[in-house]
Design a protein. Structure first.
Length: 430
């Protein structure tokens, strides 16, 4: 390991210790490496920017972010909550189940865990605490774990990024996330049932049968968005990138025209926030490319591949090793860093072992979703703690209960690839 790479690591560690944003930490570390190794900083950054901007698939990211912000700015989250409450609110610990179902529906529109947590998640926490008598830490833990469905149920921003770095079919990835997402939702709901019975959490108020059609009617229009998106992609009407534009337009149409709950000021604010969030994602992507260049230039990727090859592991053992490594790293590193920095290093070995790229992508994304709710670094926990004013110590005490069933789902996905590949195969994409 050369001293320029040691300088890279030192800058990254110091920046993380100072609580600087992950974008600035990675970018600063990458630039320091280029300077220390006497590389042409201007040329390399220019090539990175040019190669990034020409990738059409990246257009999907700001458009899906815009879709999520438009929905959060309108009344869509509240209407979906009312509908979900009518369906599952009467179960033990009813408001927790409503949270899971609401996020399951929202996830088919946004593709982002952070957006689902800040939007539908905050609505859910308020309802769980006030009406469901959930302790603050438990309410946040439920909302945080349910928000993980966003990047699994299509569309998905992490899947777009994985498709970019791996070359896997984005359409196949979207389809492959459906069953794992449903399994995660089921595992969380089962845990909520057990917690509700043990802690005597109340059921929600049962909705009379005569009011069910009204609740469904209020949510019907937003519920058409997943059908429009997925039907268009599977039917070949538009590409996943074009689907993101359709989703953003559909969300604006629903909020501003149908419900009339979205003002011009609300739309402008949604665009402003989406611009800020998209800039962060793009800067993170660019900085990760520079760090990846450093790893490649140092030969660390080849060294790791040779080390793994020397272990002579079968595909299943390799997947288990990688996922244990990612679960441990996920407690101290950001999920985006692992996706954009570590996954490209492992892809040659994945291909050499004959592991399906779509299966590998879904497995690591599930792993990274568990990472973003894992103490002490879990991004979603910090977001919800800040917004809800619930202390992190209360959240950390509860969140471990939810990591266990999600880890079991991860093991199932690792051991049985057909769980992820069945749906893409059904539609002829595998």
């Amino acid at each position: 390991m050369s001293w320029p790479f040691i300088a890279l690591l030192s800058v990254f560690v110091v920046a993380a210790a100072l609580r600087l944003s992950i974008v600035l930490s990675m970018f600063a570390a990458g630039i320091v490496y280029l300077w220390a190794s006497r590389q042409d900083i201007g040329l390399l950054v220019d090539q990175t920017l040019n190669s990034t901007i020409t990738l059409n698939i990246l257009l999907a990211i700001p458009l899906f972010i815009l879709t999520a912000n438009i929905m959060n700015a309108s009344t869509i989250s509240e209407r979906l909550w009312t509908f979900a409450n009518a369906v599952v609110g009467r179960l033990p610990g009813g408001h927790g189940h409503v949270t899971v179902l609401t996020n399951l529906i929202m996830s088919s529109m946004s593709g982002s865990a952070a957006s689902d947590a800040a939007g539908a998640g905050m609505v859910a926490i308020k309802m769980m605490r006030k009406q469901g008598h959930y302790p603050g830490g438990l309410a946040v833990a439920v909302a945080a774990s349910a928000s993980l469905l966003g990047p699994l149920i299509p569309p998905s921003i992490p899947m777009v990024l994985y498709a970019l770095i791996s070359g896997a079919s984005i359409g196949a990835l979207f389809l492959a996330g459906i069953v794992p997402g449903l399994l995660m939702a089921l595992s969380i709901s089962i845990l909520i049932l057990l917690i509700a019975r043990r802690r005597n959490l109340p059921r929600g108020e049962p909705v009379p049968v005569r009011q069910m059609p009204r609740a469904f009617g209020q949510a019907f229009v937003p519920l058409t968005l997943p059908a429009v998106l997925l039907g268009g992609i599977w039917g070949g009407v538009f590409t996943p990138t074009e689907a993101a534009a359709v989703a953003a337009f559909w969300a604006i149409l629903i909020g501003a025209v149908w419900y009339r709950s979205l003002s011009f000021a609300g739309i402008a604010e949604a665009f402003r926030e989406s611009t800020r969030q998209s800039s962060v994602v793009m800067l993170l992507l660019i900085s990760s490319f520079i760090v990846n260049y450093a790893i490649t230039n140092e030969g660390l990727g080849d060294a790791l591949s040779r080390w793994i090859a020397s272990l002579d592991l079968p595909p299943l053992a390799f997947l288990l090793l990688v996922n244990v490594m990612f679960l441990v790293l996920g407690t101290v590193l950001d999920a985006a860093v692992m996706l954009l920095v570590f996954v490209p290093v492992l892809l040659p070995t994945v291909k050499a072992l004959g592991i399906d790229l779509v299966h590998f992508g879904v497995v690591v994304i599930v792993n990274f979703m568990i990472a973003i709710i894992s103490p002490p670094y879990g991004l979603i926990l910090f977001v919800l703690s800040s917004l809800s004013k619930v202390p992190m110590r209360d959240i950390n005490r509860e969140i471990w209960l939810f990591i266990l069933p999600l880890a079991i789902v991860l093991l199932i996905l690792i051991a049985f690839p057909q769980v992820t590949l069945f749906v893409p195969q059904l539609f002829g994409l595998k």
